[in-house]
Design a binder for this molecule. Structure first.
Ligand SMILES: Cc1cc2nc3c(=O)[nH]c(=O)nc-3n(C[C@H](O)[C@H](O)[C@H](O)COP(=O)(O)O)c2cc1C
Length: 350
């Protein structure tokens, strides 16, 4: 049997197979950013993945920047996530929550409430982001966080992780990729601070990982990075300079895994770089086919593999891979509509 279908362990997380569902924002949260029954159905349908990583979820109100994304900072949100966790566990699956704080990648109209727009430095994200009607909108100008703000902000992440655990979620994945808040600290373009948090750009990101580890145990904390990814105006030019200090700062904590969105850079082997700088398990991601994924496991570049888009239209992706069955294609026009169509109506194989 191929290694991909074998059980494995990432920290405290026991996986029935090495196929992970990558985090995907789908804009289906209900009023007050509460996860809905529809979301529980969607995740239940995909619970044969060895591990599900939820869509990016805001740890606090200021962490929200997109439309209808769920939170994990209110009692109603915790109750909503408890239904999701129960649904996945009922099917024998495992689920961790991606904690995603957008920082400066925030469109105010997407929020529905007042909250700060914050960033390492007062530099706006120049990219346009979908607004409430899907029409691209400008990101708000952020306030630079003060050094005094940062321990409290790390505490907000820690409380979010405790909330996720109290909802029955198995662990958390800190989103340090794709130009969101933690990545904004690591990046030399968005972090122009001249204090300790700018001289050592990994300092705040490492503080957050340590706070999460302290809150719920390092073996239930994963981290996601995308070295060399220019998304949301990150500087992709020197991924090693940007990410090696961060990996060094957190490697000793004993975290569950590093989830690597591999950009396929021309002169930089991202997975080899992470392997050389990180002693824990690695989940590899991005545009994988079953064949490429099996090769990464066989040659030791990764310990598990994740799939995003293939899970959209193939809730039973693991069974399809096992059977060598063809994969259904998603309808990308229905990604963010907020309704069940294009979300929970993709059938399993006959
Ligand atoms: C609809 C959609 C939403 C996504 N939302 C997130 C997200 O919330 N957090 C994140 O880290 N990545 C997000 N991603 C990126 C995916 O997790 C994954 O890295 C990407 O799709 C590449 O993997 P794939 O080729 O298997 O799809 C999203 C991707 C898609 C297609």
């Amino acid at each position: 049997m191929s290694r991909i279908f074998e059980p494995t362990r990432l920290g405290a997380l026991d996986l029935a197979n090495r196929i992970v569902m990558s985090p995907m924002t789908r804009d289906r949260a209900g009023p007050d950013d509460v996860p809905t029954e529809l979301m529980a159905t969607y995740y239940r349908q995909r619970a044969t993945a060895g591990l599900i990583v939820t869509e990016g979820t805001q740890p606090c109100p200021a962490g929200k920047g997109y439309w209808r994304t769920p939170g994990i900072h209110s009692a109603a949100q915790i109750a909503g996530w408890a239904r999701v966790a129960q649904a996945v566990h009922d099917e024998g699956g495992r689920i961790v929550m991606q904690l995603m704080h957008v920082g400066r990648v925030a469109v105010i109209a997407n929020r529905g409430f007042a909250a700060d727009v914050i960033a390492p430095s007062a530099i706006a994200c120049p990219e346009l982001v979908p607004g409430p009607d899907g029409v691209p909108a400008a990101c708000a100008a952020p306030r630079a966080l003060t050094a005094e703000d940062l321990p409290a902000l790390a505490d907000e992440f820690a409380q979010a992780a405790r909330n996720a655990r109290s909802a029955g979620i198995d662990g958390v994945e800190l989103h340090c990729a794709s130009g969101y808040l933690v990545n904004q600290f690591l990046d030399r373009g968005s972090n122009r601070r001249d204090d300790d948090y700018g001289i050592d750009r990994a300092r705040f990101p490492a503080m957050v990982v340590a706070a999460l580890a302290e809150a719920i145990g390092a073996d239930r904390v994963g981290i996601r990075i995308s070295p060399g990814n220019p998304y949301n105006a990150m500087d992709p030019s020197d991924p090693a300079e940007t990410f090696a200090p961060f990996l060094a700062a957190i490697d000793g904590l004993g975290c569950a895994y590093m989830h690597v969105l591999d950009m396929g850079l021309r002169d930089f082997d991202t997975l080899a770089f992470v392997r050389a700088n990180w002693s824990g398990p690695i989940i590899a991601n991005n545009m994988l086919t079953l064949e490429c994924a099996e090769a990464l496991l066989a040659n030791g570049a990764a310990d598990a593999v994740s799939f995003g888009r293939p899970f959209i239209a193939n809730p039973d992706l693991v069974a399809r891979f096992k059977a060598g069955a063809p994969l259904a294609k998603p309808d990308y026009a229905l990604l963010y509509t907020g309704e069940h169509r294009g979300y929970t109506d993709y059938p399993a194989m006959a």
